[in-house]
Ligand binder design. Sequence first.
Ligand code: G1P
Length: 268
Amino acid sequence: MGEKALILAGGLGTRLLPLTKVTNKHLLPVFERPMIEGIITCFLTAGIGPEIRIVVGGPHFDQLLRVYGDGSDLPVPPGCPKPRVTYSFQKDEDGIGAAMLCGMDHFGEGSPVIVGLGDNEADKRDVKRGLATFRLRGSTGCHLFLTKSLHPRELGVARFDKNKNLVEIVEKPKGRLPSSFTVSGIYMYDAEVWNRVKRLKKSGRGEIEITDLNNEYIKRGEATYTIMRYPWVDAGTAYGRELASMRRLRALDPKLYRQLLRELSETK
Ligand code: G1P
């Protein structure tokens, strides 16, 4: 049995308005399936789960429960056990750290956790590789996934010292970029995480920031990371969702994907 997964699916989805006015962002399509299935399938295939806790929130939190219930209606990747899904409710829009606290009861504070943002799309091969590193270290500390992104100022960005040690994550940097590596929304933590996240204070934007949590691990020398080799995308923007859809189609049906490209480029 793999580690328990915590999927964060709260928030208002403001970046996708008006689409999110009546629909939960995580149920908007990435090609033929709801967005949230991307990260769940990726986790299951990488060997995480089958216990999955989804933190829901925002005006349409109930839609996820209606679509997935106990997880019976989730597609099960070949060779994976059937996922068992439960839910926690996040009342306020107070950040990823706060969302983690909502799901904490499920983990009894005593176990490691693999966290995934419900709008992130990653490749299972990267997650598998990172998971192997995390497990090799006895599932201690925290393990992050770094990737290059076209929109670093909208993300956390890694800062390294001269010896390429990760020394800090700068959240949404304004000035000079500390590096070209951004932090994706997949995080692996040891059981200490629950004590640490409880001690965090809200940031200027009124949120309990996951970056503060990660910086705490980094400061103590307990953070490791995987540089992703495959595409990662935050599908919570119009561009990101389109990109994720195209990639999904390419993986699913390369012929149809090529046809789509032809249709896009052809002049009549
Ligand atoms: C959050 C994290 C950020 C990370 C991003 C990944 O950003 O704070 O460090 O790069 O997720 O999707 P937010 O979605 O809160 O803007």
